[in-house]
Design a protein around this ligand. Structure first.
Ligand code: GLY
Length: 426
């Protein structure tokens, strides 16, 4: 007997004679379609759907930046041409190439190109990277790593363009020139001589990656030694017993001693400014990757534990702007710190086999929560990707807004996550 034919006949009789059954079946079918759709969205993965969304946002950001560029029409100098944030008047904030944030927008475009392989992102990345070329002559800030390694560095990693290599090596030399051999640290800021003699901020750890890169490229050990010594000195002087970090340590250039430990962007000198902790975690995870020295891995693990165990870390793992800010939970969050932490944790996964499961779980949770609750809706807020970051609350500057570095590290975290997921067959 042909059973499928028989079942088909019974089915069509039921449909003909019992219209309520027809309704039941169409409800069931609709349910099935919804379940299949949600499975497909799930199968699409959070990374794919985030990148699809980010593509829309960055397209808008590029077209706005392009028209701003035409309007500003910079002939030379450092006119505001690179997107950074949004002002209280709800205007886009563009900055010059000497701003510490100038590398993040081109860097995000490189990540977009790396993930999608779409030449339109490469074209945009090249265009906004080229705008920074004059900073190869800049010796006035430690932020050269942020500015040039996020832009030219990613471009070189992807395209191996020798002109990028030259620019990066010149920048690395300029960054190295800020090193004081007596203090064994790189000077962060040149401003504020009324307050500091030789200020070093925890953020400076991030700029060491450019020096490690220069060592790998040239085999000139001075790059390696400067970065290594800076990381060791910072490990000794910036951290408290609980592995939270001070923001600023000021050195006496004559005696070599620490003059003062304080904050600039945190709630108080003794508080744990969220982004500072994020820079510390990322910085030491990167230093372990570059040097293989276990004291750096231990430092990164200890900072990760401080963050994970902190009573003021919210369940969604998006930190308040400072772990000791007094009005928690009525304080702004800092999505940029969360994105930096996620990216660093994914980096640590490759270094620390024993704890990688735990780091991956927390990193994934951060990505999930940023994706669910912090993404800027499509075509809103000038094409930024993440909302609710805090630049500098004590200065009432950039509080609860999008920031280009939150977007950059979010993209980096997504790419790092996609590599880990691929290797683990997720
Ligand atoms: N490097 C400056 C900041 O984290 O705000």
């Amino acid at each position: 007997m042909n059973y499928s034919k028989k079942i088909g006949e019974i089915g069509s009789k039921m449909l003909i004679f019992y219209p309520w059954n027809r309704r039941c079946i169409s409800v069931l079918l609709m349910g099935l379609i919804l379940i299949l759709n949600s499975c497909r969205t799930k199968n699409k993965s959070i990374i794919e759907s985030d990148f699809e969304h980010i593509g829309h946002q960055l397209s808008l950001a590029v077209s706005l930046a392009d028209s701003n560029f035409i309007k500003v029409n910079p002939k030379s100098g450092r006119d505001p041409i690179i997107p950074r944030s949004i002002s209280p008047e709800h205007k886009m904030i563009y900055v010059g190439t000497d701003d510490w944030c100038s590398g993040f927008f081109p860097g995000s475009l490189w990540y977009m190109y790396e993930y999608t392989k779409d030449p339109k992102w490469e074209e945009a990345a090249k265009k906004y990277t080229a705008m920074l070329e004059q900073e190869k002559n800049n010796k006035s800030t430690h932020d050269l790593g942020f500015m040039m390694y996020c832009s030219y560095g990613n471009g070189y990693r992807i395209n191996k363009d020798s002109s990028y290599r030259k620019i990066l090596l010149q920048t690395a030399m300029n960054l190295k020139s800020r090193y004081n051999p007596k203090l064994k640290v790189i000077r962060s800021w040149d401003f504020g001589s009324d307050v500091w003699q030789f200020p070093v901020i925890i953020d400076n750890m991030m700029n060491l990656e450019l020096l490690f890169w220069a060592f790998r490229e040239t085999r000139d050990s001075s790059y390696f030694n400067v970065a290594l010594n800076h990381a060791l000195t910072t490990k000794n002087n910036h951290f408290r017993a609980d592995y939270s970090t001070y923001h600023v340590v000021d050195y006496d250039t004559i005696t070599g001693h620490v003059r003062q430990k304080m904050t600039h962007q945190g709630y108080s000198d003794e508080s744990a400014w969220a982004r500072g902790q994020a820079w510390a975690l990322y910085g030491y995870a990167m230093c372990y990757r570059e040097t293989g020295r276990t004291e750096f891995l231990d430092q990164a693990k200890n900072v990760a534990n401080f963050l994970n165990d902190h009573q003021n870390m919210p369940p969604d793992r998006i930190p308040y702007w400072d772990f000791n800010s007094p009005k928690i939970p009525d304080e702004p969050r800092d999505a940029s710190a969360a994105a930096i932490i996620a990216s660093a944790l994914f980096d640590l996964c490759k270094s620390d086999a024993k704890n990688q499961g735990e780091y991956k779980k927390i990193g994934d949770k951060i990505i999930q929560n940023l994706s669910d609750n912090y993404l800027v809706p499509q075509n809103k807020l000038f094409g930024f990707i993440l909302n609710h970051s805090t630049g500098s609350k004590p200065h009432h500057s950039e509080v609860d807004v999008p920031l280009s570095y939150a977007d950059y590290y979010f993209l980096e975290a997504l790419i790092r996550k996609s590599e880990l997921d691929k290797n683990h067959g997720n």
